[in-house]
Design a protein around this ligand. Structure first.
Ligand code: ZN
Ligand code: ZN
Length: 220
């Protein structure tokens, strides 16, 4: 890491262990290094256990920080969860409907942080208009104890206005804004990422860094 470029971390990646992705873990790690990332976080759907093979594999790529989180579907949209380890996670790693507010509060109590992923929606009135118009997912406005939202998601790159809308919302609400590729294929790793002011070397560091709000989202 050089002094001025910050610590670049893609916080939202799916591998073949996510069920809907075909991305080989080794290809993900190699692409991350090629793209100049300093770290990544694997966020499989509803399972921290699924990404365990990365623990063994990452030892072969010591220049890259590899962490694991999860992505959980809730009644307030998808949430990225960081900093909650296997044992503490057990109750939430199943397919039962999850209440978004309960998830946020419980994860905070466990020393982690839960962040709404891609919290945008297409405006209802945009149906027949040329080009789509977007707005913030209204479900997140009802949530309390939020720390940050995912402002830049790699799947939104065709619609840069989404990043702008979510960035403005985060600023207005005093929330941090993270970036993650949401890659389901290795070539998309690093399309969006988060730039931290200081290095993030562990899940504990990551939670601390996210709570500090000293970071910004970036796309490439
Ligand atoms: Zn999602
Ligand atoms: Zn995702």
């Amino acid at each position: 890491m050089t002094k001025n470029r910050g610590f670049r971390m893609d916080l939202h990646i799916h591998s073949m262990y996510s069920g809907e992705s075909l991305a080989d873990p080794r290809d993900i790690l190699e692409t991350a290094i090629e793209r100049g990332l300093d770290g990544i976080c694997i966020t499989e759907h509803h399972s921290l256990y699924a990404s365990r093979p990365f623990e063994r594999l990452k030892k072969q790529y010591p220049s890259l920080v590899v962490l694991r989180g999860v992505e959980i579907s809730t009644d307030a949209g998808h949430m990225l969860v960081y900093g909650v380890d296997d044992t503490e996670w057990d109750d939430w790693g199943n397919s039962k409907p999850v209440n978004g507010q309960e998830l946020i509060d419980r994860v905070l109590r466990l020393g982690g942080v839960a962040i709404p992923a891609h919290p945008w929606q297409v405006m209802e009135s945009a149906g027949n208009q040329e080009g789509l118009q977007f707005t913030v997912d209204e479900r997140i406005s009802t949530l309390s104890n939020l720390t940050a939202i995912e402002v830049c998601n790699g799947k939104q790159l065709g619609h840069p206005s989404i990043c702008e809308i979510l960035g403005a919302y985060a600023k207005q609400m005093g929330l941090g804004g993270i970036g993650g590729s949401d890659a389901h294929a290795p070539e998309n790793v690093g399309n969006a990422y988060t730039v931290f002011k200081t290095p993030v070397c562990s899940s504990r560091d990551l939670v601390k860094a996210i709570l500090s709000k000293m970071y910004y989202p970036q796309t490439s």
